[in-house]
Design a protein around this ligand. Structure first.
Ligand code: IFM
Length: 477
């Protein structure tokens, strides 16, 4: 059996993970020369949007009845956030949302994806609803609608009431009831105005980084807690979808995933297998149970432990037929075999490989977005893909009111050409959302990484459209 046959037999090639290594060089992806496409090439119905999240932008952490979130609490623990920063003020979206929505409009985007802050709506986690919290998102939605921008709501983008986190958060099975109550409230409240909903933002990020690696709230480092958080977030993802379906007639319902294109460091069998294990965690863990395929325990046997958490009916409850799946792609991952228990794989960091990186050290690799779109298009149960996040952080400099971020413009051109190539090959990718409209608070990295199309001076909170924002304005007009 040659290597290609072995890959197909083991199912690894079926994931699209490694096949590119075995194609002739001529078949490999080629970028279109930057700028060699126009908006119309994506088709008249292609969706163009920007994406942001409550904790990263709103500030107003304790205003108008909002309670402390897990991130408000976590960011106050010394050493958790770079430079000891927090998002008490962030980009002050809470007060400046009209200006930010006008900026989105000025850049010619038609969709604004934002998340709702659970502790603003249900300060005690469950029970009494905070009417001022509800009002705030009504104002945001109304402002979008009057500006001709379609509001798309993400239900959960990592900020939960600390009172629930203190009871175990995602590692407590009660989260299914807590989360369902929250989803009931906001879908009933906003469902007549908002038709596009995403249940989760990147389950892997808040479960893995929150409960296993300890770098995100709540800062736990426990395999057991991680396993619980994975299973309960999987159940909540599907349950959330069902609640939106019930409460919002005609809704377009999705969920979003953290994706990375995984390749082995070389063609040694042990590294190929390590890359497949890495891929199982990074790309397959949350989509496959939702499609009725179960967790990818064939490739990563440690996931069999999840079975001990199953209660009657869980297998069916993990499934939901989403209208679209959100792909969130930033970087490629190179994997090699390691002795790390369970995973038996580790990442070869971009810094060791001398490749182009963003200011957080992630490899800039547009080709990976093409491969991820192709890979996800092969899942039978997925009907439609939207790139719900893509963007880059560069060390922007504000000079005379301008930010000349050519690097970011090149990034978008190359990633958009990857999307277009996938689309031209028949992948049903129907939208592209930039992360993010404005600079904001980048979790444990604080304010240093800037992802915005609009520069925010965090001292004065003034906004300046960067050259990349002006590029989109021209491109999308
Ligand atoms: O800022 C984050 C966002 O919250 C989730 N996706 C990745 C972004 C950039 O790191």
């Amino acid at each position: 059996m040659d290597r290609r046959e072995w890959l197909i037999k083991t199912g690894i090639a079926g994931t699209g993970l490694l096949l590119s290594r075995y194609l002739d060089a001529a078949d490999r992806f080629r970028y279109m020369p930057a700028g060699d496409f126009v908006k119309a090439d994506f088709g008249p119905d292609f969706k163009w949007g920007v994406a942001a999240a409550s904790y990263q932008t709103e500030g107003a952490w304790n205003l108008d009845g909002k309670s402390e979130s897990n991130w408000d609490y976590f960011s106050r623990i010394p050493g958790k956030i770079k430079n000891g920063e927090n998002a008490d003020v962030a980009a002050d979206f809470y007060h400046r949302y009209p200006e930010d929505i006008e900026l989105i409009k000025a850049m010619n985007f038609k969709i604004f994806r934002f998340s709702v802050s659970w502790p603003r709506i249900l300060p005690a986690g469950t029970g009494a609803v905070n009417s001022k919290g509800l009002d705030f998102y009504h104002k945001v939605i109304d402002k979008c609608l009057s500006a001709g921008i379609e509001p798309w709501i993400t239900i959960y983008h990592w900020d939960m009431p600390q009172v629930l986190e203190a009871q175990g958060g995602w590692a407590n099975r009660k989260i299914i009831d807590w989360f369902s109550e929250y989803v009931e409230v906001i879908t009933k409240e906003y469902g007549s105005k908002v038709k596009n909903w995403m249940v989760m933002n990147e389950q892997l990020s808040f479960t893995g980084n929150g409960y296993m690696n300890g770098v995100f709230a709540p800062g736990r480092k426990s395999l057991g807690a991680f396993m619980k958080s994975v299973h309960y977030a999987t159940l909540c993802n599907a349950e959330g979808g069902r609640i939106v379906r019930k409460n919002v007639p005609g809704a377009n319902i999705g969920t979003t995933l953290a994706n990375t294109y995984v390749e082995p460091v070389d063609q040694k069998e042990k590294n190929i297998k390590a890359a497949a294990r890495m891929d199982a965690i990074m790309n397959r863990l949350f989509i496959e149970p939702c499609l009725g395929m179960g967790y990818p325990e064939d490739t990563l046997p440690i996931l069999k432990k999840l079975k001990s958490l199953y209660e009657d009916g869980d297998e069916a409850k993990m499934i939901f037929d989403f209208d679209f799946i959100g792909i969130q792609y930033y970087y490629r991952t190179i994997a090699k075999n390691s002795i790390i228990p369970g995973m038996r794989a580790k990442e070869v960091m971009a810094s060791e490989r001398g490749v182009p990186v963003n200011s957080m050290g992630g490899e800039i690799y547009p080709e990976g977005l093409y491969h991820i779109l192709k890979k996800f298009s092969r899942y039978k149960g997925i009907r439609n893909l939207i790139v719900t996040e893509n963007g880059t952080c560069v060390p922007d400099k504000l000079e005379n009111g301008r930010v000349h971020d050519k690097e970011r413009i090149d990034y978008f051109k190359n990633h958009l050409s990857a999307v277009l190539k996938a689309r031209r090959e028949g992948v049903n990718v129907t939208g592209y959302f930039v992360w993010s409209p404005t600079d904001n608070f980048e979790w444990d990295s604080g304010y240093t990484p800037r992802f915005g199309l609009v520069y925010v001076d965090f001292k004065t909170l003034e906004r300046y459209i960067k050259d990349s924002g002006l590029w989109f304005k021209e491109f999308l007009k």
